[in-house]
Structures are given as C-alpha cells and as structure tokens.
Design a protein around this ligand. Sequence first.
Ligand SMILES: [Fe+2]
Ligand SMILES: [Fe+2]
Length: 268
Amino acid sequence: MQAEQEQIRAALLESDLEAKLMAVGALPVVVAAQNWVALPTPDLPGRPAHLRLVAPRDVPRRRNLGSPAGRFALLHALAHIEFNAINLALDAACAFPGLPDAYYADWLQVAKEEAAHFAALRALLREMGGDYGDLPAHDGLWEMALETADDPVKRMALVPRVLEARGLDATPGIRARLQALGDRQADAVLAVIEREEVGHVAVGSYWFRWLCNERGLDPEQHFFALLDRHYRGRPGGDFAVAARLAAGFSEWELQTLRARAAGEVASG
Ligand SMILES: [Fe+2]
Ligand SMILES: [Fe+2]
C-alpha cells in the first residue's frame, strides 16, 4: 500500500506544529511496504514558517541555566533537536524502499517517540510563557539527512549511530546540571528521552548491521569508512559507554572511537 508511504511523506512535509504532531500520531505502527517507491529526501522538511534558522554560533547561549532565559534557551535548543529528529525518523521510514517491513515499523515507532519528546519539551516552553519558534535555532541539522539520502546504510551509520549517539553522550551532563539546580521537571523529561534514545540508536545499529550483512560488508570496518567519508565533526570525547553498548556499539567500535578522540586532542 503506497498510501501509507504517502502518509508518512505528508507528515514529513507538514510545517504546522499541531498538524504535524497529529499526523505522526495517526501514522500506522505496522506497514506492508512491498510496493513502495523511491521518494527522495526533501531539501527542506516541514518546519514552522516563523522558526528562524541561523548558523550554530548565532544560536542563543545557555551558560546560565539557573536563569529563566538560560533554561528557556536550553529547552528550546533541545526541542529543536527533537523536532528535527521527528523529521529524520519520518524520512528514514519513507525514503528507502525495498527493506523488510520491520525496518519501517521500527522507524515509525521512533518517529512517534520523537514526537512525544518534542511535545514534552514544548510543554515546558509553554509553561514558561513561550513556545518553540521563539528563538533562532541551529540551521545545520538536516544536512546529514541530505548527505546520506542515497543509501540507507549511510543513513543508519551517520544519523542514529553518530548524531543520536552523540545525544546519548551529551544527556548525562545536561541532566547533572539540571539536577544541581533542582529542576526536577526538566530532568524528568530528559530521563525519558535518555532511555528511549538508547532504543533509537539500537534500531540504527540493528539495521546498519543487517544492511552490511546483505552486502557482504564488515560492519565495524564499514562504519569507520563511512565516518571518514561523511562526518566532519569531532568524534567526541566523553562517551556514554554503557548506553552505547546497550545501543549496539561493539567494544572494538568504542575503543576505536576513544582512540580517535584522544588522537584528535593530541594533534590539537
Ligand atoms: Fe528524541
Ligand atoms: Fe531519537
């Protein structure tokens, strides 16, 4: 049924916040994808028209988390990441025909969880008298979708196993800061996100390995080959080891990532 693929695509392109959350909620959890066709990743996914996208250096800083403005800026930045994650999951679910039905079910489940993450953060912004879209946001988060639009093995490696995995690394530090401030409400939202994101990275790991297997590729070697080819960011430093192991990283991959991060520090 191509109608389901079109329905996912329509949710991806929807710009209105309420309509988009409704559209994601209405998506099926199981699909029969045998007759799906290639639908190219859009240059721009649907996002609120009034959201101002700026270079990362022009995104408002959030050093003083203890002030209302600092808290709002942090929650807004996190909401933007989750909003983008909805679009990334929807695109993963409709851009790559020819995979097992379980692949699409997994990414539809991820999209629904991302929508819940976004809605929970947005609720905190609204409690503070604002909303998502009030601050400028990072303009670069869709680039990796376009960079990996031609091949699901690239997408699985670079989006869940790099971008979402970096989220696993970053969340404990953010939670510690919120806990130090006694911000139980925001910390509780991040606790749910932290737990569910392990599942998203695990979905990426599973399908990355599955695709490598199909093509006779060594998944560990191929992961780093793709990282070299497509990721220009820093490999990171503080890895959330337990979370990454639970999310399907091998000991060897973690050791290699750590060695690369150390090498990068040494070479400045
Ligand atoms: Fe999320
Ligand atoms: Fe996620």
